[in-house]
Design a protein around this ligand. Structure first.
Ligand SMILES: NC(=O)C1=CN([C@@H]2O[C@H](COP(=O)(O)OP(=O)(O)OC[C@H]3O[C@@H](n4cnc5c(N)ncnc54)[C@H](OP(=O)(O)O)[C@@H]3O)[C@@H](O)[C@H]2O)C=CC1
Ligand SMILES: Cc1cn([C@H]2C[C@H](O)[C@@H](COP(=O)(O)OP(=O)(O)O[C@H]3O[C@@H](C)C(=O)[C@@H](O)[C@H]3O)O2)c(=O)[nH]c1=O
Length: 287
């Protein structure tokens, strides 16, 4: 099995790289500089040259606020390039593992979103990811899967955990939104799931599954736990989202229902607090 991971310098791509040594597949990790997914011909040549059998697309435009001003860039990466990758995978009969987000939902639900719940993104990033999903579903690439995940963090890349650790060391207090609720996801856990369970995924159609760590919290709860685990003296105050204006709106409730994934793949997912503790220990040991 030859597996191509695009966007490999991001959070998920880096976690996959760390863990890939324990599998029997041969991996090809490509950064944006090595393989730009908007260059379809280059992607096709790579797939053919290296006899790729599975493509894990970790490349994405993930700057949620910036996307509002850079709509073309977000749509090019999260929609148009994804559509063309889907077409390639279908043509070359390759399995595609693609990632999407809780931000495809509008956040007005009061119970966890299922893979079948209607999408209605409240920001451009969410819209661009939804269009990417739609394109893949329409193409219906066999043996392919879209995994929606949420609030991803890792020792790699940029994320809320690292931002809070920085602010925790710099500030005496910070305000954090307490009325937006979701489930944090440690990219290491998601990478383990993909490598242990999905490399030989079979299905006649393109399927959507939800993966996030177990448990639910607000950004405020998440920040509090980050401060506690890192022994930061910084005090976290809860505020409503209306008091923290951002360029892009965020859903108020974006909890993903992971029951289909747990049932179909017979996996257990770690609780968010345990995984957060693990990640913070790793960051502290690396410092
Ligand atoms: N981060 C999160 O909280 C969440 C992420 N997701 C989804 O999970 C997936 C992985 O996310 P995550 O690992 O956090 O994302 P990151 O932003 O950490 O990584 C994305 C990577 O894609 C690279 N990239 C950008 N443009 C291109 C291009 N044209 N060709 C190839 N690579 C490119 C980026 O490079 P560079 O940095 O140099 O631009 C970066 O290394 C994405 O699909 C994302 O939408 C879903 C829910 C939550
Ligand atoms: C830094 C900061 C943020 N916040 C709020 C703003 C926002 O409502 C919330 C999260 O802010 P961030 O910008 O860090 O996170 P955001 O970029 O919205 O994170 C999202 O990224 C994309 C890629 C996804 O797919 C989503 O699942 C989700 O993880 O925290 C505060 O309240 N206080 C603060 O000091």
């Amino acid at each position: 099995m030859h597996v191509l991971v695009t966007g490999s310098n991001g959070q998920l791509g880096s976690e996959l790289r760390d863990r890939s040594l324990n599998t029997s597949a041969q991996f090809f990790f490509t950064s944006k500089e090595q393989l730009d997914i908007t260059h379809t011909e280059a992607v096709e040549a790579f797939i053919v040259n290296y006899k790729i059998t599975t493509l894990i697309n970790c490349a994405a435009y993930t700057a949620v606020d910036k996307a509002e001003d850079q709509q073309d860039a977000a749509l090019l990466l999260n929609f148009e390039a994804v559509k063309r990758i889907g077409e390639l995978c279908k043509k070359l009969q390759i399995r595609l593992i693609h990632l999407s987000t809780d931000y495809v939902f509008d956040g007005t639900a009061s119970q966890p979103y299922k893979n079948t719940s209607p999408c209605k993104p409240v920001n451009l990033y969410g819209r661009s990811k939804q269009l990417g999903e739609q394109a893949l579903l329409e193409l219906d690439v066999p043996n392919s899967i879209i995994i929606r995940t949420s609030w991803v963090y890792s020792v790699y890349g940029f994320n809320f955990v690292k931002t809070m650790l920085r602010l925790g060391a710099e500030k005496q207090y910070i305000n954090v939104v307490a009325d937006q609720v979701g489930s944090p996801t440690y990219a290491g856990d998601l990478a383990d799931f993909i490598l242990n369970t999905l490399l030989d995924f079979k299905s006649d159609t393109t399927e959507i599954y939800h993966y996030s760590n177990e448990g639910v919290c607000s950004w405020y709860d998440f920040a509090q736990e980050i401060m506690r685990l890192s022994s930061a003296a910084c005090v976290v105050y809860p505020i409503p989202a209306t008091q923290f204006p951002t360029q892009a709106a965020r859903p108020y409730y974006s909890v993903l229902d992971t029951s289909r994934l747990k049932q179909d793949f017979q996996v257990r997912i770690p609780y968010w607090r345990s995984s957060l503790s693990l990640c913070i220990s790793k960051l502290q040991n690396a410092a």
